[in-house]
Design a protein around this ligand. Structure first.
Ligand code: ATR
Length: 302
C-alpha cells in the first residue's frame, strides 16, 4: 500500500503506469522526495472502503516539472492529486482555477481535474483549523496565537488560516526575523481585523509575549530528529495554553514535552495531516471521506 515510487517516465502511457496492477492509478501525491509520504496509507483504504476501483500512487517529480506532471496526469484521466514539498507554490501557477483559501495562502496542496482543467485548493490551513477543533474543542476565532518557525510553508498556511478564521492576534516567531517581516506586512494589510506581529526567536521579550498567547504552534522543522531541542525556552509555556506541534513523527517533540511540564494541553500534527487529507478526499469525492478508516490507515504508518 505504501509501496513503489513512480517517476515522470512512468507517465508516458497507461500500459506502463498500470502494468501488473488490477486497478488503474487515479490519484497521486506529487513531491520530491515522496517515498516517505503517509498519504497513500490514508487514501487507499478510503478508496477501497468507498468501492472505488483505483490506486493512489506516489509520484516523484523534479523541481520545475510540476506543470508537466499535472498535464500528464490530466491527460491520463486522473481524478486529482496531492502536492507536497517542494511543489506547493509552483502548483498554484499550474492551475487554471484556484479556490479562495489557496490563493490567500499562496500555495496549493490539492488538485482536481475538472473538464480538462487543473483546479487547485489548499487544505493545509483548513485542516489545521479542524485539528485544533478536534484536539482542543476551540475555533481559531478571537484567539491570540503564536506561531514558532513561521518562515516555512506550514507557518504561512497556518498564519493565513488564523486570520481567515478571525484570530485576534497572531505573533510570528522566527530565527531569521527578516524572513517573516514581509509576510506580517502582507497579512496585516489583507486582514485588518487581526493584529500581526513578528518577533525573533532570541528576543528577550519573547517569553513575556508567549505567555499572553492562548495557542502556541510549532511550524519549524526543529523536532523532526528525536534529539532536536525545542525552538522555544520551556519558560515560554504556561498552564492555560493549548500547544500544538505540526510535527507528528516523533509523536512527542521537546516542544511538546516542555509544554506538558508546564501543565499545558498538547497535541501533535497527526490530526492536521489527517484532516487535510479528509478535506482533500472530499474535494475529489464530495461528502464521502470515511474519517475513521483514514485515521486508522494513517495510524498504521505513524
Ligand atoms: P518549509 O516548511 O517550507 O520546508 P523549512 O525550510 O523547513 O520550511 O523551515 C521551516 C521553519 O523552521 C523556518 O521558519 C526555519 O527558520 P528560518 O527561517 O530562520 O530558517 C525554522 N527552523 C529550521 N531549523 C531551525 C533551527 N535549528 N532553529 C530554529 N528554527 C529553525
Amino acid at each position: 500500500m505504501n509501496g513503489e515510487v513512480y517517476q515522470m517516465s512512468d507517465l508516458i502511457a497507461r500500459d506502463v503506469l498500470d502494468a501488473f496492477h488490477e486497478k488503474p492509478a487515479i490519484l497521486a501525491v506529487i513531491g520530491c522526495p515522496v517515498g516517505h509520504s503517509a498519504s497513500p496509507a490514508m487514501h487507499q483504504p478510503a478508496l477501497d472502503a468507498c468501492g472505488i476501483s483505483g490506486r493512489y500512487i506516489k509520484l516523484e517529480v523534479p523541481v520545475g516539472r510540476v506543470m508537466e506532471a499535472l498535464q500528464h496526469l490530466n491527460e491520463l484521466g486522473f481524478v486529482g492529486a496531492n502536492v507536497t514539498v517542494p511543489h506547493k507554490f509552483a502548483a498554484l501557477d499550474a492551475c487554471h482555477q484556484v479556490d479562495e483559501a489557496a490563493r490567500q495562502i499562496g500555495a496549493v496542496n490539492t488538485i482536481r481535474f475538472v473538464d480538462g482543467e487543473i483546479h487547485g485548493w489548499n487544505t493545509d490551513g483548513p485542516g489545521f483549523a479542524r485539528a485544533i477543533e478536534e484536539e482542543f474543542q476551540t475555533s481559531l476565532a478571537g484567539l491570540r496565537v503564536m506561531i514558532v518557525g513561521a518562515g516555512g510553508g506550514a507557518g504561512q498556511a497556518i498564519a493565513t488560516q488564523c486570520a481567515i478564521d478571525g484570530a485576534q492576534r497572531v505573533i510570528l516567531v522566527n530565527r531569521t526575523v527578516e524572513k517573516i517581516d514581509t509576510l506580517v506586512q502582507v497579512l496585516g494589510r489583507r486582514f485588518p481585523a487581526t493584529q500581526f506581529h513578528s518577533i525573533a526567536l532570541n528576543d528577550p521579550q519573547l517569553c513575556g509575549v508567549a505567555k499572553q498567547c492562548q495557542l502556541m504552534v510549532n511550524t519549524s522543522s526543529l523536532g523532526l530528529r528525536p534529539d532536536d531541542p525545542s525552538p522555544l525556552s520551556a519558560t515560554c509555556f504556561a498552564r492555560h495554553q493549548w500547544v500544538y506541534d505540526t510535527i507528528y513523527k516523533p509523536p512527542l517533540t521537546s516542544f511538546l514535552r516542555d509544554a506538558i511540564k508546564q501543565g499545558a494541553e498538547v497535541a501533535n500534527g497527526f490530526s492536521m495531516l489527517l484532516h487535510q487529507g479528509v478535506l482533500a478526499y472530499n474535494i475529489w469525492y464530495p461528502k464521502q471521506a470515511p474519517l475513521e478508516i483514514m485515521r486508522s490507515g494513517l495510524r498504521s504508518v505513524s
